[in-house]
Design a protein around this ligand. Structure first.
Ligand SMILES: [Zn+2]
Length: 122
């Protein structure tokens, strides 16, 4: 397994399958089980897939090491890097958390998935 895949799987396990930024569940290897469990659509699956996120980006000298890799939704990962100057990870996480709480991070159907997931242990 390439190092990045192993680091992503380790981060996913350490974070109990929750996104580093928004705290909602992600899927890593079994999209169908995720869909059944959380009632999302096939179309929503790519956004909710776990990705390996470099806290310090590779272009800024970030390394592919356990200390620099977290697991984050494809959606949350991508949005961080859409900014010309991405926020530092802790500031971005605070921003995402605020927007999730206000129902302004996910679209309506994804928000329903995330909200439902808070009531499901583990
Ligand atoms: Zn997320």
């Amino acid at each position: 397994m390439p190092a990045i895949n192993r680091l992503r799987a380790d981060a996913f396990a350490n974070q109990k399958g929750r996104c580093y930024y928004c705290g909602s569940p992600m899927w890593l290897t079994d999209p169908d089980a995720f869909r059944t469990r959380f009632g999302c659509t096939r179309g929503q699956l790519p956004a909710l897939q776990a990705t390996a996120e470099h806290l310090v980006a590779v272009c800024d000298g970030g390394k592919t090491t356990a200390a620099n890799i977290v697991a984050a939704h494809q959606l949350c990962n991508r949005r961080r890097h859409l900014a010309k100057v991405p926020l530092a990870p802790d500031r971005y996480r605070a921003r995402v958390t605020r927007l999730v709480a206000r129902g302004k991070w996910f679209d309506k159907t994804l928000h329903a998935v995330a909200r439902q997931a808070r009531h499901i242990p583990g």
